[in-house]
Design a protein around this ligand. Structure first.
Ligand code: ZN
Ligand code: ZN
Length: 164
């Protein structure tokens, strides 16, 4: 058997028993009625093909029926499906490259954010230092003021003492 992926959903018992449905092979135009009709449904175009037209052996057909994970496409659809699988792969590859770039960008942005944070900390530190200096200045000025007051008081005392 080739690597062609196959499956028949037509022969699912639930969908075919007692419904009186009839399936037509698009190649030989033969009608099939029961659940063991040996028909394959293309998963892309949903057309039906009999195993004779598709030259699929009974054992292969049974295998395909047992495996629901295997997909089957008709001759017309298979090349298109393969092409789209290939496109999917190409798109995935492009997406991988895209995401790698995004990751790269993100780490760059993070680096910038980190450096901004550091700079901000430096700035905050500088402001704090300045505040301290201002505080010391104010403290110094009020100390000066205190001593001025004291001096004034003393002078007043001296003046008063002189007058009496
Ligand atoms: Zn047929
Ligand atoms: Zn098809």
């Amino acid at each position: 058997m080739t690597s062609r992926q196959s499956r028949s959903s037509v022969t699912d018992k639930a969908s075919s028993e007692g419904t009186g449905e009839v399936w037509l092979c698009v190649k030989c135009r033969k009608e099939f009625k029961d659940s063991n009709s040996c028909l394959l449904e293309c998963e892309r175009c949903a057309e039906h093909y009999c195993t004779k037209c598709m030259k699929i052996k009974d054992t292969e057909y049974d295998f395909l029926n047992e495996r629901n994970d295997i997909h089957w496409y008709c001759d017309k659809c298979e090349p298109k499906v393969l092409r789209s699988i290939q496109l999917d792969k190409e798109i995935k590859k492009k997406l991988d490259i895209f995401w790698a770039k995004v990751d790269d960008r993100m780490s760059q942005v993070n680096k910038v954010i980190e450096s901004v944070k550091e700079n901000t900390n430096v700035k905050v530190q500088a402001v704090m230092d300045e505040m301290k200096t201002i505080k010391i200045d104010i403290q110094g000025q009020s100390n000066e003021l205190e001593s001025l007051k004291k001096e004034l008081k003393n002078e007043v005392k001296v003046e008063l003492a002189r007058k009496t």
